[in-house]
Design a protein around this ligand. Structure first.
Ligand SMILES: [Zn+2]
Length: 60
């Protein structure tokens, strides 16, 4: 299964649409990722305003 990253929120998705932004603007050119398990207690999540999930660090 190809994992794509949302161009807007950088979330990594396997479908055709980002479940957060509802956009289909996804990129296969991404590098590195972070997994947010507990958004409420994560400094990274707060800083980047993310919810639980997997996010790409760099998206082209
Ligand atoms: Zn998104």
């Amino acid at each position: 299964m190809i994992e794509k990253a949302c161009l807007k929120c950088k979330r990594i998705v396997t479908g055709k649409q980002c479940p957060i932004c509802k956009t289909s603007k996804l990129s296969t050119k991404w590098k590195g990722f972070v997994i947010i398990l507990d958004a409420k207690n994560s400094e990274i999540a707060k800083e980047m305003s993310l919810t639980e999930g997997k996010y790409a660090l760099k998206v082209k």
